[in-house]
Write a protein that binds this ligand. Structure first.
Ligand SMILES: NC(=O)c1ccc[n+]([C@@H]2O[C@H](COP(=O)([O-])OP(=O)(O)OC[C@H]3O[C@@H](n4cnc5c(N)ncnc54)[C@H](OP(=O)(O)O)[C@@H]3O)[C@@H](O)[C@H]2O)c1
Length: 296
């Protein structure tokens, strides 16, 4: 019998790629808020987590899924910095409801977290053993949620970073490629480092986690530790755009509302070894999306 998956945030970047990739493997119920979607063989329902919170527990109790995936979050780190109350509601209180209801019916929760739980001060890739120390409210709220999720050892936390793909919701790559296509300049940061993650890889790892019934805290990112400027230059070169339009900027030159960690590159080898899977490096990830762009 197929496993039943309830996905919160099925209309987002990770959610929609997960559904597309696994709709034949699993029975899927997808929850969206503002972006409704109709997918063959997938039940979809609207719930606004902020204004209809009681519906979260009811749908879990009614559907009795084997696994819940929660991708719901505010996309903007800067928004979270000035909206603590709303951030706590969506990132922490909702997660508390999900986890407690899921535990009652013995359902695994897979929670998407972030590299922003680290302060970015060490000069190496972070492992799951390193101590989180968020520098902004987004990171703090996700860390609080991680702790709630991991109270049940059957659950999974996946810390990921700068998710990209050939997808309308791939924010960083769409900004860079959209501007360069129109010969406009872009100014990505040269002094913020992450391990960007191909969404298709992240989804493959999630499918394996479900199939193998893996539990625990894992880093789940691409292999290459890179700043946004170098990432953008690689995109320009691969897609045949003018790389001189990519102008480096520092965090001092271009102010952001929320503080950002300098280098939060993650080491994903714990997960890779456990599920026998390798995340792509940045060059293979970019050629993957280039190939996909040619298919369209
Ligand atoms: N994207 C990244 O680079 C990145 C990096 C590190 C970690 N993460 C984490 O990975 C997860 C998935 O990221 P993503 O890029 O797939 O996110 P996304 O594309 O922004 O999708 C977010 C989802 O949350 C839903 N949502 C937002 N507010 C809601 C509300 N009030 N009620 C119900 N649903 C609501 C959205 O629904 P509608 O669209 O229907 O409104 C959407 O389906 C997030 O938890 C994020 O923190 C992402």
């Amino acid at each position: 019998m197929k496993k039943k998956i309830l996905i919160f945030g099925g209309s987002g970047l990770v959610g929609s790629v997960f559904i597309e990739s696994s709709k034949d493997l699993f029975e899927i119920i997808s929850i969206y808020n503002t972006n409704s979607h109709q997918i063959h063989n997938v039940i979809s329902k609207k719930i606004d987590f902020l204004n209809e919170r009681q519906k979260i527990s009811s749908i879990i109790e009614n559907q009795k899924p084997d696994v819940i995936i929660n991708t719901v979050a505010y996309p903007s780190v800067d928004f979270c910095e000035f909206n603590h109350n709303l951030t706590d509601q969506l990132h922490v209180d909702v997660v508390k409801d999900i986890v407690s209801t899921a535990s009652r019916i013995n359902c695994k929760v897979i929670f998407l977290s972030t590299d922003a739980v680290f302060d970015g001060k060490i000069n190496k890739k972070y492992t799951e053993e390193d101590v989180p120390e968020p520098v902004n409210y987004y990171g703090l709220s996700k860390l609080k949620a991680e702790q709630l999720v991991l109270e049940n050892p059957h659950n999974v936390v996946l810390r990921t970073a700068v998710i990209y793909g050939w997808h309308e919701k791939s924010r960083f790559t769409n900004w860079i490629l959209g501007y360069l296509k129109e010969n406009k300049k872009v100014d990505p940061f040269i002094d913020q480092f992450n391990t960007p993650t191909l969404v298709d890889d992240l989804v493959k790892s999630m499918i394996k986690i479900i199939e193998l019934d893996v539990s625990g805290l894992f880093h789940a990112t691409g292999k290459t530790c890179i700043n946004r400027f170098d990432f953008a230059k690689k995109l320009a070169i691969s897609f045949g755009y003018d790389e001189k339009l990519v102008i480096p900027v520092t965090s001092k030159q271009k102010k952001q509302d929320a503080p950002r960690p300098k280098s939060t590159c993650l080491d994903s080898s714990k997960l890779e070894n456990l599920i026998n899977f390798q995340f792509m490096d940045i060059d293979h990830g970019i050629s993957f999306i280039l190939d996909k762009s040619r298919d369209v």
